[in-house]
Design a binder for this molecule. Structure first.
Ligand SMILES: CC(C)(COP(=O)(O)OP(=O)(O)OC[C@H]1O[C@@H](n2cnc3c(N)ncnc32)[C@H](O)[C@@H]1OP(=O)(O)O)[C@@H](O)C(=O)NCCC(=O)NCCS
Length: 455
């Protein structure tokens, strides 16, 4: 693990013995000046501590990297971040990713370039263990300097005003009932989540261990008021869906972080019962006073979630949500490694695009500079046979089937987040012939991804 010293600043990876000290260093960094937000205290002292000690299996006690000032008494902790290990799917093909969370520098030590050193250590560790990408959500622009690009859009958020939800007509009965999830629901919830993953190019599947701890917290009456709750929808005693909610984004709103249903459910016919159920269930979960203040449901997940296909337009208002970005930053350290991993998807796409199903040729992806290594993709008989790093030996030498991308912009094409046509409007230096553009569109079409941040 990386350890380095510079001007008395020492970088190191944590051990179990550092976690309490790290909590004390983190909390003031994330608290706004002259204010104490209870949720921040919970996030650091409860959530970070549990996660760092292994709960939910995102990280181990050794996965926080931090800098200390050895010129101070007790080697003060002055900067830190954590590296989580998570899983992501690309059209169903799984791979491990590094998630970077809890980024901070103690105020007197800012603007000294400590975070760039920490990020180097994080990327080195993540690349070394074979993660095909790293993701971060947060500070606008800042992470671009560490080779991140916004490439997993969540899109516009939506809310439902409670006064737009029709009341139950007299004599009618609700078509769904709600109850707290129990550990016996784990598999069924993961199956519902899988239904979503099948409709999504990129997908972060719910993590069993995380879900388990959230369910235990939901049914624990002494859990923190910030605890997420996992709730089941039932029809005649059978589970048909579930959602995860919390209540701290805004005290006037119910925040739904995630929702999924059994396949073959006709959601439009039960949508009003679903909406009323969420309101009634969450009102009961809040104390009476805050329940009275509720005005809206915030939907925290992707604009393209299939749930919205069933939500009548009069119940959906586009909105921004507190502290939530419209897109996730992605760093792909080596494009060739990533593409090699998803070859079966590329072969399916070639086979489905009939006129390319027997294609023989090579596609060259050129990112203009060696700093962002290009890729050579060889296709034989409609199958990708070789993917390797590539950079032209002579820039002047014409290469057929070549596409130029300004650094990092290819990430959006690779993940299907944007179409080539959309990117070309913004980047005139995406240089490509018409024929090569057709091949790129076949291999990397714009695709729907249901992105969300359920943690
Ligand atoms: C954001 C934070 C980590 C930046 O650390 P820092 O030590 O102040 O800044 P760095 O030394 O890393 O700055 C490197 C570069 O980023 C720029 N930068 C710093 N903060 C930035 C911000 N918030 N947005 C955009 N750019 C920023 C700097 O100007 C510098 O650019 P330059 O080299 O062109 O001058 C630090 O301000 C912080 O801890 N903030 C509070 C905690 C927080 O918000 N964490 C994120 C939520 S998890």
């Amino acid at each position: 693990m990386a350890t380095s010293r510079d001007n008395g600043i020492k970088l190191q990876w944590s051990t179990k013995n550092d976690i309490d000290r790290l909590c004390s260093a983190m909390e003031p960094v994330f608290q706004p000046p002259d204010e104490k937000i209870d949720f921040v205290t919970y996030l650091v002292r409860d959530q970070y501590k549990r996660w760092a000690l292994g709960e939910s299996s995102f990280m181990t006690p050794e996965d926080t990297v931090f800098a200390t000032d050895t010129n101070t008494k007790d080697d003060k902790i002055v900067a830190f971040t954590t590296l989580w290990k998570d899983k992501q799917l690309y059209n169903g093909i799984g791979f491990s990713i590094g998630r970077v969370e809890f980024v901070g520098v103690v105020s007197e030590y800012r603007n000294q370039g400590l975070m760039p050193r920490i990020m180097d250590a994080v990327h080195e560790a993540s690349d070394l263990r074979g993660d095909l990408m790293q993701t971060i959500v947060g500070i606008p622009y800042y992470y671009r300097q560490f080779d991140y690009e916004y490439a997993l859009d969540i899109g516009k958020r939506s809310k439902t005003w409670l006064n737009s939800i029709p009341s139950l007509k007299s004599g009618e009965k609700e078509l769904t009932t709600l109850r707290a999830a129990t550990l016996e629901d784990l598999d069924i919830i993961l199956n519902f989540d899988q239904v979503l993953s099948l409709q999504s190019c990129n997908y972060a599947p719910l993590r069993r261990e995380y879900l388990e701890t959230q369910i235990k917290g939901s049914i624990n009456s002494t859990a923190s008021p910030f605890q997420r709750r996992v709730v089941m929808f039932e029809d005649d005693g059978h589970a048909i869906g579930y959602f995860i909610m919390h209540n701290y984004a805004d005290s006037s709103a119910i925040s739904v972080l995630h929702i999924a249903f059994k396949p073959n459910i006709n959601l439009p016919t039960i949508i009003n019962s679903i909406l009323r159920g969420i309101v009634q269930y969450s009102s009961r979960s809040y104390d009476e006073k805050s329940g009275e203040n509720l005005t809206a449901i915030f939907w925290h997940f992707s604009e393209w979630h299939p749930f919205f296909n069933s939500l009548p337009s009069c119940n959906r208002s586009y909105t921004s949500l507190p502290d939530e970005a419209y897109s996730t930053y992605v760093r792909i350290p080596n494009y060739a490694n990533f593409i090699r991993h998803i070859i079966p998807v590329l072969n399916d796409r070639l086979a489905n695009a009939k006129s390319w199903s027997c294609y023989n040729g090579v596609l060259y992806i050129h990112n203009y500079t060696k700093k962002y290594m290009g890729v050579r993709i060889q296709i034989d008989g409609g199958h990708v046979s070789k993917v390797e790093d590539w950079f032209p030996t002579d820039r002047q030498q014409p290469v057929s089937n070549q596409i130029h991308f300004p650094p990092l912009t290819f990430t959006n094409i690779l993940l299907g987040n944007k179409s080539l046509e959309e990117l070309q409007i913004v980047y005139p230096d995406i240089a490509v012939s018409d024929l090569t553009a057709q091949l790129v569109n076949v291999l990397f079409p714009k695709s729907v991804s249901i992105n969300h941040n359920w943690v």
